[in-house]
Design a protein around this ligand. Structure first.
Ligand code: SAH
Ligand code: SF4
Length: 349
């Protein structure tokens, strides 16, 4: 692109800085910003409220990166999964989910994932690269475009739970959040944004000090180090006690609750003894904890199986009896390739 960068890499502060350096008033810079995110223009020449010399300058410096829709899968529960092709032909997944409270979009942050959890389709292949800010932003814009054209509804929530470890692409993640959260852009409130991590503790502590107070979810999946290390090799670097220390600090700083994701794998982490260990682990931060029990979504290449409904219900009852706030998460799109990275993994061998 002749050294140009995508305009969607910039947050409002960046754009204002660029405008100032090019003697464009903040009045016009804000017009550009709103043309991008409110009026959703996809070319500078459509921005008829700008002077031609500003349009020329924008064209000389920036372009609009595109995502090509390679496949759209619709499930019976109205989950829609998009497979997008990036400009370098890499494939990423973005999922649109319907809830009683609105519509959420699950975005991808990396091409592949280096954390290498052995139950996850995304972790089976090494990370190729981090996504650029514009590539994360474009997922949301493209899904919103699809909604505008088909259902005329707004995205209300964002979950950063697609392919990749968001805290391994931290700066781009935070810039993305600043764009979608901006009240003159998509204005998605921080309480409607959730970032899920495998437990990179330095970034948990950094996240606690950010101005944007998005929600944090931790992929715990096991109540002790022995089991967790079998699933997630990152647990050898950041074991459970280190993560919980960081979470205590996170809670102290933010006063926000933490969601614990726990995938239920048959005969692996689903006994009542495991439920007891989990309850004991969470006890000290119980007021701030919320457990999501997720039925494991079988991945073709992996031998784990999902726990039975009865086992999940017993596990849930045990936690509830011990006053741990807990939900059995409804699966989204279980009839399509819904598990993280599954649709993409059909295309890459
Ligand atoms: N890398 C981050 C965010 C992306 S994964 C993280 O691990 O938290 C989003 C969630 O999907 C994680 O909780 C992950 O453990 C879970 N997940 C991955 N594969 C799954 C599968 N096959 N079935 C159910 N949940 C899965
Ligand atoms: Fe990466 Fe998350 Fe999958 Fe683990 S579960 S491999 S951290 S995407």
């Amino acid at each position: 692109m002749n050294g140009k960068q995508s305009i969607y890499n910039l947050n409002r502060e960046d754009l204002l800085k660029w405008a100032k350096a090019n003697s464009i008033s903040s009045f016009y810079a804000l017009k550009i910003w709103e043309n991008l995110y409110r009026n959703k223009f996809r070319s500078f020449s459509d921005m008829s409220d700008l002077k031609t010399d500003i349009i020329k300058l924008l064209d000389a410096n920036f372009y609009f990166n595109t995502l090509e829709i390679k496949e759209v899968q619709k499930s019976n529960d109205s989950t829609i999964k998009f497979l997008f092709k990036l400009e370098d032909d890499s494939l990423i997944e973005t999922v649109l989910m319907e809830h009683k409270f609105g519509k959420s979009v699950c975005v991808t942050t990396q091409i592949g994932c280096n954390i290498g959890c052995n139950f996850c389709a995304s972790g089976l292949k090494p990370k190729m690269r981090d996504l650029k800010v514009c590539e994360i932003v474009s997922q949301v814009l493209n899904v919103q475009k699809y909604l505008d054209e088909n259902l005329k509804e707004q995205i209300t929530h964002i979950v950063v739970m697609g392919i990749g470890e968001p805290f391994d692409n931290y700066n781009n993640l935070m810039k993305f959040l600043s764009i979608i959260n901006d009240d003159r852009a998509l204005a998605i409130g921080s309480r409607h944004i959730t970032v899920s991590t495998s437990g990179l503790t330095p970034q948990i502590l950094e996240f606690a000090r950010e101005n944007i107070r998005a929600n944090l979810a931790l992929s715990l999946h096991a109540p002790n180090n022995e089991l967790r290390s079998k699933l997630m090799r990152i647990n050898k670097v950041y074991p459970i006690e280190t993560i919980f220390e960081a979470l205590q600090e996170y809670i102290k700083i933010t006063n926000k609750r933490v969601t614990f994701e726990y995938i239920m794998i048959k005969n692996f982490n689903d006994t009542l003894q495991n439920a007891k260990e989990l309850a004991d682990l969470i006890e000290p931060i119980k007021k701030f904890a919320y457990v999501n029990l997720i039925p494991y979504n079988p991945v073709f290449e992996v031998e784990y199986e999902r726990s039975t409904d009865e086992t999940i219900k017993n596990f849930f009852d045990f936690l509830s009896k011990h006053k741990i706030r807990c939900v059995m998460r409804r699966e989204h799109g279980s009839d399509i390739d819904a598990a993280c990275g599954q649709l993409r993994s059909r295309y890459i061998k």
